[in-house]
Design a protein around this ligand. Structure first.
Ligand code: ASP
Length: 347
């Protein structure tokens, strides 16, 4: 080898050795679609220390995605804005639109899972609705935040990264809809909001969590399983659901609100009753009449926990808290008006 050639060869080897090793292009990343509906995770405030006075649903889905470029490391992410509002404004039209959009998206082979960004106030209702109406084993992950996007230490961006990581994970298959917040994974079937303002608000006191995140990676405590007797509903041809109202239980409660709700068009009633779904004597006649008229009255509990047992009066709500019992009753009434079949979904 001539000297000049040898020098070039040495330089070439030296340059190649000094070059950073380029990681092999990762195989196609899992596809995850984010359906945005608003809430605090998309909220903004004039002050970065005010975590209670802010506008929910102020930031669009693209801005949410732009705030977390790390999402691209775990999934091929697309976004769709379904609504942009505080979750107390989520109604059955939005629920039906969202569930249909998710069923359609999950049917595409490139989609591994979906994430729904949502206000935390009624997140459990939407999660429960999706759990009962999405026909797929692929992950459906609900995510929210307790601090608006503009706050110091906003929790939304990390929650979103964890939710997308979960939706992209094979470990999340066959677990129904899940709720991700505060580094925990909860089942949407059982989990409920338990604190008005704190970060660790989503819990299922009796049933616990499905898993947790460590450095944004999901760890499950159990193999995939379904809640006992979990029903499912096909809403593909449904455009509206029957009206169901919830009435709170308290000392001195009487029947006038129950009667007013029915006069106002309620096709079913859920009582957020005291204790094990107690019905005060003053309401008994109205409950019996409603049941006889084909309007189911579900006795749930305001206590936050417990399986409300069957009694002579009305229908015991079983494992469902009042807000979940309402969602279930709306779905059941869209399928049947047979009171014994309705009872069977709860008791
Ligand atoms: N008010 C908000 C909402 O539900 C609360 C939240 O997202 O945390 O939209």
């Amino acid at each position: 080898m001539k000297i000049a050639t040898r020098v070039i060869a040495v330089i070439t080897v030296a340059v190649l050795t000094a070059m950073p090793v380029l990681a092999a292009e990762p195989a196609d990343k899992p596809g995850v679609t984010i359906f945005a509906t608003g809430g605090t995770i998309a909220g903004s405030s004039k002050s970065n220390t005010d975590t209670t006075n802010y506008t929910s649903g102020d930031i669009g889905v693209q801005q949410l995605l732009d705030a977390v470029p790390e999402l691209e490391d775990v999934a091929t992410v697309t976004g769709e804005q379904i609504a942009n509002t505080g979750s107390s404004n989520i109604d059955q039209a939005i629920l039906l639109k969202l569930s249909k959009a998710i069923n359609k998206q999950l049917a595409t082979p490139d989609t591994h899972g979906v994430v729904v960004t949502h206000g935390t106030d009624t997140l459990e209702e939407t999660g429960f609705f999706l759990d009962l109406t999405v026909d797929s084993d692929k992950p459906v992950v609900m995510v929210g935040a307790m601090r608006p996007a503009t706050a110091i230490s906003a929790d939304g961006p990390f929650n979103l990264l964890e939710a997308v990581t979960l939706a992209a994970s094979d470990k999340a298959m066959g677990r129904g809809a899940m709720i991700v917040i505060n580094d925990r994974i909860g089942s949407a079937f059982y989990t409920t909001k338990t604190n008005a303002i704190m970060l660790d608000t989503f819990k299922a006191i009796e049933q616990g969590y499905l898993g947790a995140f460590v450095s944004s990676q999901p760890h499950f405590y159990y193999e995939p399983a379904e809640p006992t007797n979990k029903p499912s509903f096909d809403i593909s041809n449904i455009d509206s659901l029957p009206k169901v109202d919830i009435l709170y239980g308290y000392q001195d409660a009487e029947s006038s609100l129950l009667t007013a709700a029915i006069d106002n068009g309620a096709k079913g009633i859920v009582l957020a009753s005291t204790g094990n779904g107690s019905v005060p004597k003053r309401m008994e006649e109205a409950v019996k009449k409603a049941m006889a008229d084909g309007i189911p009255v579900i006795r749930s509990t305001r206590t936050g926990n417990g399986i409300v047992s069957p009694k002579e009066m009305g229908i015991g709500s079983g494992v469902y808290n009042p807000q979940k019992a309402r969602i279930l009753l709306m779905l059941v009434l869209s399928q049947t008006d047979d009171m014994e079949k309705i009872r069977g979904y709860f008791e």
